[in-house]
Design a protein around this ligand. Structure first.
Ligand SMILES: [Zn+2]
Length: 223
């Protein structure tokens, strides 16, 4: 089967598992569960190379932090900065840092959220914080970024499933990222030759993709 179609089906399945999981929890348990998911996803992508997966985590993280902030869960918001030290250690001949010993400074927001019996602390690059924030201190502090070794992964599902738990939760609040319709995926993956054999394909889809695919999706296929 086509990779793109397979990916779509896997994502569809994960979103349906995520929805079942979230619906099995009450409102408060659900928020706690999603915070745990966010915490572990964030730790998982820290210090990893950029990839579509890390990009998705960071995009959803920004939405989730805004959601918590607007929901009134924030108990501390501060400005932090992080200085990336140059390997030269401050040599006046260094071109990378002009001898300052610091080649980049990042400005961040620090947020602390009180979710029932747990506190969660997350940082966001200042340029991503596009909503109004009331700071709880005027002091701008240097980021204290000491985090112990990698955590275990205590969640009852893998990272891809976890990402969809976060995504489906956000979708319920009008954020997140929805899957494209099956029709539009098929439009992309199926060439003219297959389109001519559309009846056979429709029958094949109906037989093989059920129950991942809803009947309405099959009807939607534009040929
Ligand atoms: Zn330098």
């Amino acid at each position: 089967m086509n990779d793109q179609l397979q990916h779509w089906l896997r994502q569809r399945r994960r979103q349906s598992v995520a929805a079942d999981y979230l619906l099995s929890l009450d409102r408060f348990e659900r928020l706690s569960a999603v915070c745990e998911v966010m915490f572990h996803l964030n730790r998982r992508v820290r210090d990893r190379k950029r990839s579509p997966f890390t990009a998705s985590v960071y995009r959803l993280k920004n939405q989730f932090i805004e959601h918590l902030y607007r929901g009134g869960y924030c108990v501390a918001a501060e400005r932090h900065y992080q200085q990336l030290k140059c390997y030269c250690g401050g040599s006046m001949w260094c071109e990378k840092c002009d001898g300052t010993g610091i080649y980049r400074e990042t400005r961040l927001y620090y947020f602390k959220f009180d979710i029932g019996d747990r506190f969660y602390v997350w940082h966001q690059p200042a340029e991503l914080v596009t909503w109004p924030v009331t700071l709880t201190t005027d002091t701008i502090r240097e980021l204290n970024d000491q985090i112990s070794a990698d955590l275990d992964w205590p969640l009852p599902f893998d990272v891809n499933q976890a990402l969809q738990v976060l995504n489906v939760y956000l979708q319920w609040y009008g954020m997140g990222k929805r899957l494209p319709s099956l029709a539009s995926v098929l439009r992309d993956v199926i060439g003219d030759d297959l389109r001519r054999r559309s009846l056979r394909l429709r029958r094949w889809l109906a037989l093989h993709l059920w129950p991942e695919v809803h009947e309405s999706d099959i009807d939607e296929i534009p040929f």
